[in-house]
Design a protein around this ligand. Structure first.
Ligand code: AMP
Length: 395
C-alpha cells in the first residue's frame, strides 16, 4: 500500500475521496462535523505540498438520483470554515464545467464535488464513471475508510485509471491500528464483544476465536449464549435459531484455549424504559417476565479482572442498553476499565463510539475507528474492496 506521504503532489491535480457523510437536520444544516474534521490532516498535508485539490464524497443513500436534501453544498461551507480557506463547490461530480475548471486550477485551490452517489455509476463500481472521475486528476488519494467495504467507482474502479494511487492519513491510521490489533498484536489480546444480536456478529466471533486469547461477551447477545448454556433468561433478547451456533462457538473457544467470559449477573427490568424499576440478579435467576438490560456489578468485576495484564483490547458493541441511564453503568465502567488497563485499545462500531463518548473517555482510548461496517468486516477477516484496490494499484 502506498501512502500519501510517499507521493510528490506539487502542482498536481489530486482527487481526494473522503467520507463527508455528515448528519444534517431538516433545514439542511450540518449537525456534526466529526467526519469533516477527520479528513483535515490529509487535506492540509496535500495543500501544504502544493496540490490542486479535488475533494469528493458520498452523503446518504440517494441511489443514483439527485436528492436535494443529500447535497454536499452545506458541507462546502463547513469545510471552508474549518480550513479558513475558500472552497469552490460544483453541483455535479463530472462533466464539462468541472473539467474546464480543473484545467485552470492553481496550487492550493480546493474544489468540492457534488454527492458521488447522485450518479448511478458510483454504487455500481462502473468503469465509465470511474474513468470520468479519473480524467480530472493526476493522483488519487483514498481517505474514506468508512466505505472501504463497498466497491464503488470512486474507491475501487478509479484506481485502474489513475497512475498514482495512495491512502490518506485517516485510512493509513485505520490500517496500522488494525494491524497492531489483529496482525501482530502485543499479547495477551482480548476482544470485548457486545451489542444486540449474535447473528450480526457470527463472522466476527468465528474469526476472533482464531486470533485472541480472551473473549468477553456482554450486551443483548450474551443472553443467547446463556440460554444455550441451559439458563432461563426471561424476556431478555434471545435468538432461538442461534443457540446451536452459540454452543459451537463456546466449544471452539475451549478447543482453542481461548478464555470465554460471559456475564454472571445482570440488571433487569420489566420494561426497557428509563423510569422502570430495576433489580440485579444472577444470570441463573432471571424471573420469567423480566429483561436483562445491562451487566451487573459482579460481572463488571469479573470483566475488570479479565482485562488485568492484557496488552491489546479490541472492543465492539455495548454491554447493555446504554442509551438509557439505568442500563449504562456496565458499558461505562468497562470503558473505564479499558482506559485504566494500559493496553492498546482499539474501538469500533457506531454505538461503542457513542457510549465511550458519553462516558467521557474517548481521549483515553488508543484508537476509535471511523468505520462501523468497514471495521467489523476487517475484524471478520474480510478483504475490503477499497483497500484491495489501492494495494493492487501499487507500482
Ligand atoms: P449493535 O449495533 O449490535 O452493536 O447493538 C447495539 C445496541 O444493542 C444498542 O442500541 C443497545 O441498546 C443494544 N443492547 C445492548 N444490550 C442490550 C440488552 N441487554 N438488551 C437489549 N438491547 C441491548
Amino acid at each position: 500500500m502506498k501512502y500519501i506521504d510517499q507521493v510528490e503532489m506539487k502542482g498536481k491535480k489530486v482527487f481526494l475521496r473522503v467520507d463527508f457523510n455528515v448528519p444534517m437536520d431538516k433545514e439542511g444544516n450540518v449537525t456534526g462535523d466529526k467526519r469533516v474534521r477527520a479528513s483535515i490532516p490529509t487535506i492540509n498535508y496535500a495543500l501544504e505540498r502544493g496540490a490542486k485539490l479535488i475533494i469528493a464524497s458520498h452523503l446518504g443513500r440517494p441511489k443514483g438520483k439527485r436528492v436535494a436534501e443529500m447535497s454536499l453544498k452545506p458541507v462546502a461551507k463547513v469545510l471552508s470554515d474549518l480550513l479558513k480557506k475558500p472552497v469552490t463547490f460544483f453541483d455535479d461530480c463530472v462533466g464539462e464545467a468541472i473539467e474546464k475548471a480543473v484545467g485552470i486550477m492553481k496550487e492550493g485551490d480546493i474544489f468540492l464535488l457534488e454527492n458521488l452517489r447522485f450518479n448511478p455509476g458510483e454504487d455500481k463500481n462502473d468503469a465509465g464513471f470511474a474513468k470520468q472521475l479519473a480524467a480530472l486528476c493526476d493522483i488519487y488519494i483514498d481517505d474514506a475508510f468508512a466505505v472501504s467495504h463497498r466497491a464503488a467507482a470512486s474507491n475501487s474502479a478509479i484506481t485502474e485509471f489513475v497512475p498514482v494511487c495512495a491512502a490518506g492519513f485517516l485510512l493509513k491510521n485505520e490500517i496500522e491500528y488494525f494491524k497492531k490489533a489483529m496482525v501482530n498484536p502485543a499479547k495477551p489480546l482480548a476482544a470485548i464483544i457486545g451489542g444486540a444480536k449474535v447473528s450480526d456478529k457470527i463472522g466476527l466471533l468465528e474469526n476472533l476465536i482464531e486470533k485472541v486469547d480472551k473473549i468477553i461477551i456482554g450486551g443483548g447477545m450474551a443472553f443467547t449464549f446463556l440460554r444455550a448454556a441451559g439458563y432461563e433468561t426471561g424476556k431478555s433478547l434471545c435468538e432461538e435459531d442461534m443457540l446451536d451456533l452459540a454452543r459451537k462457538i463456546v466449544e471452539k473457544a475451549k478447543q482453542k484455549n481461548v478464555q470465554f467470559l460471559l456475564p454472571v449477573d445482570t440488571v433487569i427490568a420489566q420494561t426497557a424504559m428509563a423510569e422502570a424499576e430495576t433489580k440485579v440478579c444472577g444470570v441463573k435467576e432471571i424471573p420469567k417476565d423480566w429483561i436483562g438490560l445491562d451487566i451487573g456489578p459482579a460481572t463488571i468485576s469479573l470483566f475488570n479482572e479479565g482485562l488485568r495484564g492484557v496488552k491489546t483490547i479490541v472492543w465492539n458493541g455495548p454491554m447493555g442498553m446504554f442509551e438509557l441511564a439505568p442500563f449504562s453503568k456496565g458499558t461505562f465502567e468497562l470503558a473505564q476499565a479499558v482506559a485504566n488497563s494500559g493496553a492498546l485499545s482499539i474501538i469500533g462500531g457506531g454505538d461503542t463510539d457513542t457510549a465511550i463518548k458519553k462516558a467521557g473517555l474517548s481521549a483515553k482510548m488508543s484508537y476509535i475507528s471511523t468505520g462501523g461496517g468497514a471495521f467489523l468486516e476487517l475484524l471478520e477477516g474480510k478483504i475490503l474492496p477499497g483497500i484491495a484496490a489501492l494495494e493492487k494499484s501499487r507500482v
